[in-house]
Design a binder for this molecule. Structure first.
Ligand code: ARG
Length: 464
């Protein structure tokens, strides 16, 4: 397949240099965006009288047919072309003749690729947001069903104070709210159209850049500086950064699920559909999906670093280094969206061993602070109360029991202030129920949070 730029050359590119230079093997996935951009350009060329109305119509029809044929598999994208832009333009010219040769009037592959990449990325940003929405819906339903599922809250991975499963899931819901906010912010900032910037310095044709921006749904209008337009990949770096944060969240969540699924914890059981076995150990049921999500976080961070480093030394305007944005970015987008899909599937089918969770909260003395608070409320200074309860905990550890199993005599032996109502005061239900500060796990507060999340999801759905 001929290059778009053969005229000035007397020799063909060296075969391996050609392979090194090509991008069709990976930019082929942007064929829809490339055609969408070309149709908008062709329509505008016709309206401006830069090509005739008839030529414009022929181009548009030809481009639409190419898209249909690629979609249906009738037209195979040939890897002999240098890139997707050359491929589509040359097929168009083969099919419609002279008019096809006019498509590139007032355009360069530099503004073309800037446009394609933005259109493509914009679509993926929306896809990520949709997947986060699905994950949040699963989280919300887990929360709704578990406002009274008591479990230990941890600090230093040591049991600390009792919380509920709803509260723990709510922490992740919050992280994903911030993630979606970041995506919306990026989407909004990237919503300007680079088409019509030419190679770097605009063109001498009377292009209507407002028209193409509008046709392509860029509500921010055309970009303001043509040199910046062809060399801006900030939006991609921002997206990769948002994706990295999403992966950091998913990875922490995965880590917890792996711990909770372990034989030692048994807080959860991952469904058979989302676990795998061992080739040698028949008893094993492994949390591979969660481990892979945790593992894939590294390659997404890698993509962000890679693009930051690629971009840092590039003089204005377009340089071929920028072709390196695609493989890493595509890989990161695919990876994160796959991780979100699989993680959501795993979470929606997981079972929570509620009794084991509650038992673990009791055995871990997560109500020790409440026992101390009980004494404080009866007039004992906090520091003394802390030490009384510390001795009681020591006694429990010695006999392998939880605080609710101590006798009244045991309590009295450490402090005469203890009465029968201590058992009530340290019950898991009470310990959690009394935590009513804003953001705390007490049922009232949790119900408020759940109501907020419902409205949030409705609002987000309404914005689409
Ligand atoms: N494949 C190139 C890229 O991805 C397209 C732009 C080529 N422009 C050029 N002047 N060689 O960046």
């Amino acid at each position: 397949m001929a290059n778009l730029w053969g005229g000035r050359f007397t020799e063909a590119t060296d075969a391996s240099a050609y392979r090194f230079n090509q991008s069709i093997s990976f930019d082929r996935r942007m064929y829809k965006e490339d055609i969408e951009g070309s149709i908008a350009h062709a329509r505008m060329l016709g309206k401006q009288g830069i090509v005739s109305e008839e030529e414009s119509r022929e181009m548009i029809r030809g481009l639409e047919e190419i898209k249909e044929d690629i979609d249906s598999g009738k037209l195979v994208i040939s890897e002999e072309a240098e890139d997707i832009h050359s491929f589509i333009e040359s097929v168009l010219t083969q099919r419609i003749g002279e008019a096809g040769k006019k498509l590139h009037t007032g355009r360069s592959r530099n503004d073309q690729v800037a446009l394609d990449m933005k259109l493509y990325t914009r679509g993926r940003v929306s896809e990520t947001d949709g997947l986060l929405d699905k994950l949040q819906r699963v989280l919300l339903s887990v929360m709704e069903q578990n406002t009274e599922t008591f479990m230990p809250g941890f600090t230093h991975l040591q049991k600390a104070q009792p919380v509920t499963l709803a509260h723990h899931m709510g922490a992740y819901f919050e992280m994903f709210i911030r993630d979606r906010h970041r995506l919306a912010d990026i989407y909004q900032r990237m919503n300007t159209c680079p088409l019509g910037s030419g190679a770097l310095a605009g063109t001498t044709y009377e292009l209507d850049r407002d028209m193409t921006a509008e046709t392509l749904g860029f509500t921010g209008g055309p970009t303001r500086n043509s040199m910046d337009s062809v060399s801006d990949r900030d939006y991609l770096i921002e997206y990769l950064s948002a994706l990295s944060v999403i992966m950091m969240h998913l990875s922490r969540f995965s880590e917890e699920i792996i711990i909770w699924n372990s034989n030692e914890y048994r807080f959860v059981e991952i469904d058979d559909r989302y676990s795998t076995g061992s080739s040698i150990m028949p008893q094993k049921k492994n949390p591979d999906i969660a481990e892979l999500v945790r593992g894939k976080t590294g390659r997404v961070y890698g993509a962000l670093m890679s693009l930051l480093v690629t971009m840092k030394g590039i003089p204005l305007a377009y340089d071929k280094d920028m072709q390196e944005d695609k493989e890493v970015a595509f890989d990161a987008m695919d990876t994160v969206n796959d991780c979100l899909r699989e993680f959501t599937g795993m979470l929606s089918t997981i079972s929570f061993n509620k009794d084991i969770m509650e038992d673990s909260a009791k055995k871990g003395f997560t109500n020790a602070t409440d026992a101390a608070d009980y004494l404080v409320k009866k007039g004992v200074p906090f520091r003394d109360a802390h030490s009384v309860v510390g001795r009681l905990v020591l006694k429990c550890v010695g006999s392998g029991i939880s605080m609710d199993m101590l006798s009244m005599d045991d309590y009295k032996a450490e402090s005469p202030v203890f009465e029968e109502d201590i058992y009530e005061a340290i019950s898991m239900k009470n310990c959690v129920e009394k935590r009513l500060t804003k953001g705390a796990p007490g049922r009232e507060r949790m119900n408020e949070a759940i109501r907020f999340y419902r409205v949030y999801l409705e609002d987000m759905a309404g914005q689409e």
